[in-house]
Write a protein of this length. Structure first.
Ligand SMILES: [Ca+2]
Ligand SMILES: [Ca+2]
Ligand SMILES: [Ca+2]
Ligand SMILES: [Ca+2]
Length: 414
C-alpha cells in the first residue's frame, strides 16, 4: 500500500516534470547524415516526437543513428528510406527507451550470404539491466530490408548477440517485459550476413514477458527465422499474430544455396546437418508458458519448421494455451506446426480451419496434461500427439482429415 502510494506520487511528479519540460516536436527538414535539420540532430535534440517532412528524400547514413535518452520517442516518416552500410545498426536505442516509428523504411545494402557475411541490424533496442516496466516498440507501415544481421532486434540479455545461440535461456536481463507491436510491417531479405540472424528477434532475460502483437505483416526471405522470440528465466510469451505471412525463411545455412555450408561456416553445424531456420520460432525457458492466438496466417516454403513453439513450462500454474485459426502451410521442410512442452505446464491447443501440407505435432513430456482439438482441418501428412509422464492426453477431431498417420502416444480420442 505504502509502496503503491509512493509509486503514484513518483508517477505524478514525472507527469508534471514531463509537462513542464517537454520539448516541441523536432522537424527533420533534410536528408543529410547530420547537422541542422537532420534525423540525427532530431534524435539528439531531446524531442519526444520527430516528424520527417514529406519533402525530405531518402536518408543515407555514414554511421549508425543512436538514440540515447531514456524518454520515449516517436519518429513519423513520410515514406523515406533510411539507408546505410553498417557493422552495427541503422538505428539503435541504447537505453531501452520506448520507440514508435511509422511510415519509414530501413534498408541495408543486401547481397550478404554465407560466402559474403557481415553487416549489421536494422533496428536495435538494447535494454539495460536496470530497466523496469514494459519496453515498447511499435512499428506501423515500416519496412526493413537488406541487413546482414537481424532486421529488428530487442535485446534484454547480457549476452548480447550470443544470447539464445542454442544456449537454452542463458544470460541475465532486466526486470522489464518487452512489448512489440507490428502493424503493416514488412521484413524482407535480411539475416544473410551470419548464422541465426532473424527477421524479428526478441531476447528477454530476467523477469518479464515477451508480448507480440502483429497484424498485416510479412516476414519474407530471412536468412534465420522470420520471427524468433527467446524468453528465458521468469516470464511467459504471449502472442497475437493475424493476417500475416511467413515465406521462404531460414535459408542462410541451406545446402540448396551452397555445396557444403558447414565447411564454409561451422556455426551452421547442427549435429552434422545444416542448421536451417523456421518461419516463427518461440523458445521459452525457466518459469512461464506460451499463450495466444495465431489467426489467418500463410506459412510457405520455409527451410525448417513453420510454427516451432517450445517451452520448458517450469514452475507451477503455467499453460501452453494456443488458438491456431485459419492457417495455411505448404512447402516447409519440417513440421508445419510443432508445439512442445517439457515441464509442468498443461498444454491446450485448439486448431480450427487449418490446411497444411506436412506434419502437425503437439507433445507434452512432463507433469502436465495435453488437450488438443482440431475442427475443420486438413493435415497432409501425420498428426503426431504425445503425452508423457503424469497427466492425461486427449484429442477431439471434428471434420478433420489426416492423410497419413495418426501417430498418438498415450492419447485418448474423444
Ligand atoms: Ca526482462
Ligand atoms: Ca533464430
Ligand atoms: Ca520463462
Ligand atoms: Ca505429461
Amino acid at each position: 500500500m505504502k509502496q503503491k502510494a509512493l509509486r503514484l506520487a513518483m508517477f505524478g511528479s514525472l507527469l508534471i516534470s514531463a509537462g513542464a519540460m517537454a520539448a516541441p516536436a523536432a522537424m527533420v527538414t533534410n536528408a543529410a547524415d547530420s547537422g541542422v535539420g537532420s534525423l540525427r540532430a532530431a534524435l539528439a535534440s531531446g524531442a519526444s516526437k520527430i516528424v520527417i517532412t514529406p519533402a525530405v528524400g531518402d536518408i543515407i547514413l555514414n554511421s549508425s543513428l543512436v538514440y540515447d535518452a531514456e524518454t520515449a520517442v516517436s519518429i513519423k516518416g513520410s515514406g523515406q528510406r533510411v539507408m546505410g552500410v553498417m557493422d552495427d545498426s541503422l538505428l539503435m536505442v541504447s537505453t531501452g527507451a520506448d520507440l514508435t516509428i511509422s511510415d519509414l523504411s530501413f534498408a541495408g545494402p543486401g547481397g550478404y550470404s554465407i560466402e559474403n557475411p557481415g553487416g549489421g541490424k536494422g533496428l536495435y533496442i538494447a535494454v539495460p539491466e536496470e530497466r523496469v516496466g514494459m519496453v515498447s516498440l511499435k512499428l506501423t507501415n515500416v519496412t526493413v530490408t537488406g541487413t546482414g544481421n537481424h532486421g529488428v532486434h530487442v535485446s534484454d540479455c547480457s549476452l548480447g548477440d550470443a544470447c539464445g545461440g542454442g544456449s537454452g535461456g542463458a544470460g541475465e536481463g532486466s526486470a522489464a517485459s518487452i512489448y512489440v507491436q507490428l502493424n503493416n510491417v514488412v521484413i524482407d531479405g535480411v539475416g544473410f550476413g551470419k548464422q541465426d540472424a532473424d527477421g524479428l528477434r526478441v531476447d528477454d532475460r530476467g523477469a518479464g514477458d515477451i508480448v507480440l502483437n502483429a497484424t498485416d505483416s510479412h516476414f519474407l526471405n530471412v536468412g534465420g527465422d522470420g520471427i524468433e522470440l527467446d524468453e528465458g528465466n521468469e516470464g511467459s510469451v504471449i502472442v497475437h499474430v493475424r493476417n500475416s505471412d511467413f515465406i521462404g525463411n531460414g535459408a542462410y545455412c541451406s545446402d540448396e544455396l551452397v555445396e557444403d555450408p558447414i565447411a564454409i561456416d561451422p556455426s551452421c553445424n547442427d549435429d552434422g546437418d545444416p542448421d536451417v531456420d523456421d518461419a516463427f520460432d518461440i523458445d521459452e525457458a525457466g518459469p512461464g508458458g506460451i499463450s495466444g492466438v495465431i489467426n489467418n496466417i500463410s506459412i510457405v516454403d520455409n527451410y525448417d519448421e513453420g510454427l516451432d513453439f517450445d517451452t520448458e513450462g517450469e514452475g507451477e500454474g503455467n499453460l501452453v494455451d494456443l488458438d491456431l485459426m485459419d492457417i495455411y502451410a505448404a512447402g516447409n521442410a519440417d513440421e508445419a506446426i510443432k508445439v512442445s512442452e517439457e515441464g509442468n505446464a498443461d498444454v491446450l491447443v485448439r486448431m480450427r480451419d487449418i490446411w497444411v501440407e506436412g506434419d502437425v505435432e503437439v507433445e507434452e513430456e512432463g507433469m502436465g496434461g495435453l488437450q488438443v482439438s482440431l475442427n475443420d482441418a486438413f493435415i497432409g501428412d501425420d498428426l503426431k500427439l504425445s503425452e508423457k509422464h503424469a497427466g492425461a492426453g486427449q484429442v477431439k477431431l471434428r471434420d478433420t482429415v489426416v492423410v497419413d498417420e495418426k501417430d498418438f502416444n498415450d492419447i485418448d480420442e474423444i
